[in-house]
Design a protein around this ligand. Structure first.
Ligand code: SAH
Ligand code: SF4
Ligand code: F3S
Length: 444
């Protein structure tokens, strides 16, 4: 028996890639274990989006550099970015594979099994996507489906075009087949994935863009919730807003990364839209019949960002009123054009801006979440917190809503089997900046 351990860093694309890698390994007779000590093969699926993320994998490799008789593999974005340099930095590594080479993973494993010492899969030329017949999914209700891989935008700060290669869309028919199969297996929530889902184009029929694909997935019988991530504002067309508005199964939420509220900074970032163009998309989303919750990503301290630019970002937060903001200090990354820009912002200044921004957003979220008190919202029950005695649910807007059930006449409690995976109405009674609390509105 061959035992493997895998740890995943980074975005949902990586999480889902790991699910597929696990499927491929299990198909070859490997068994997953929960600690590196028990494993013969140790894999790290890595992220290189910011320097901190990249450092994590080298820390891990350093921690177990003395382990004997084990095979180490580095997968994902650091693998693609650093390539064979990883063997120099961590000589006990045997396998380095970027995500564009996962379709060859089984073949690379054979080389490892035959005693290969330094096996690599680093080509970015492949135009195939990573489709595997056996995918092990970690969540029993929500399933990820990749619709497009790679990224053709060249944002000045970003490593993704280097680590994941050019854009490649999957055929719509293949996506829909997977959605139907998942619905048949009992999954009710689907999340469509890609670095830039809006530039999706069916390779066998370029007229089939993202909006019709989204609508077709939303109409698969049995699917109750569809989410998608990530959207690039430039390619986010009105047709997508219309599809969301007329299909109730598409969740009331859109993640639309703005990065900065200043047109000058956006231009330096090569984002290909202005503040006004971004705000026009927000207008479309605010004028739908259903209320749509908005979230975004922001980078503070991009080279050349002045105090006035930063204040424009703060004003944008007030104007849009997001329900969630993922904010980061600019981190200089290898190969990216932003390295050559002047006006690098000192670390302390980046930290100061980040704190101000996060403080502002926290109060916006608290205010918006407090306004939910008294409403009844449908949640998908995903967990139970035994220390607080609350069930953990998620609303269509992707908010966590912790709740209790009404006491039963006989004093018994509903079991986890009864509750997990159910959709229930919950009345909101309390709110914090990051979550809501409530009580189930019906007897269970
Ligand atoms: N494809 C997605 C984003 C992927 S990366 C998109 O275009 O929106 C997720 C987020 O990480 C980005 O939106 C950005 O806010 C942040 N990020 C990317 N590169 C970064 C860098 N060099 N420094 C700091 N944050 C970065
Ligand atoms: Fe990176 Fe820009 Fe592509 Fe997003 S759209 S992955 S930020 S290059
Ligand atoms: Fe990180 Fe690669 Fe995703 S760099 S954010 S794991 S695409």
């Amino acid at each position: 028996m061959k035992r493997f351990y895998i740890e995943t860093f980074g975005c949902q694309m990586n999480v889902h890639d790991s699910e597929k890698v696990i499927g491929t390994l299990e198909q070859r007779g490997y068994v997953q274990v929960q600690s590196p000590e028990e494993a013969d093969l140790i894999l790290y699926n890595t992220c290189s989006i910011r320097d901190k993320a990249e450092q994590k994998v080298f820390q891990r490799l350093n921690e177990n550099r003395r382990a004997r008789g084990k095979i180490f593999g580095v997968l994902g974005c650091v693998a693609q970015q650093e390539g064979e340099r990883i063997f120099e930095k961590a000589p006990h590594v045997n396998l380095v594979v970027g995500s564009a080479s996962y379709p060859r993973l089984a073949e690379l494993l054979v080389q490892i099994e035959q005693g290969g010492r330094r096996v690599t899969g680093l080509s970015l030329d492949t135009d195939s996507t990573f489709e595997t017949p056996v995918t092990r999914r970690d969540n029993p209700y929500r399933a990820y489906i990749t619709i497009i891989e790679g990224c053709d935008k060249d944002c000045a700060y970003c490593v993704v075009p280097f680590t994941r290669g050019r854009e490649r869309s999957r055929r719509s028919e293949s996506v829909l087949e997977e959605a139907r199969t998942l619905a048949g297996m009992g999954y009710t929530e689907i999340q469509l994935l890609g670095q830039n889902v809006n530039s999706y184009r069916d390779p066998s029929d370029p007229a089939r863009t993202f909006a019709p694909l989204l609508e077709a997935v939303a109409q698969v019988p049995g699917i109750r919730r569809v989410r998608f991530t990530t959207s690039h504002p430039r390619d986010f067309g009105r047709d997508i807003v219309e599809v969301i508005d007329r299909n109730e199964t598409i969740c009331n939420m859109v993640h639309l990364p703005v990065q900065s509220g200043s047109t000058r900074v956006l231009e330096r970032m090569q984002r290909q839209y202005t503040r006004d163009q971004y705000m026009q998309r927000i207008e479309w989303l605010k004028n739908t019949r259903r209320k749509i919750s908005l979230s975004t990503d922001i980078i503070v301290g991009f080279p050349g960002e002045t105090e006035e630019d930063f204040e424009q970002t703060l004003r944008l937060l007030d104007e849009v009123e997001y329900d969630q903001v993922f904010s980061f200090k600019y981190s200089p990354r290898p190969n990216t054009p932003a390295l050559l820009l002047d006006g690098q912002v000192p670390e302390e200044e980046k930290s100061r801006r980040l704190m101000i921004l996060q403080e502002k957003q926290r109060s916006i979220q608290l205010r918006r979440n407090t306004a939910q008190i008294g409403s009844v919202q449908e949640v998908l029950v995903e967990g139970y917190n035994s220390s607080t005695g609350q069930w953990i649910g998620r609303t269509t807007e992707n908010r966590v809503l912790n709740f209790v059930t009404r006491p039963r006449a006989d004093g018994s409690q509903p079991s986890r089997e009864e509750m997990f995976g159910r959709y229930l109405p919950v009345r909101v009674t309390r709110a914090g900046p990051n979550s809501l609390a409530g009580e189930c509105a019906i007897a269970v």
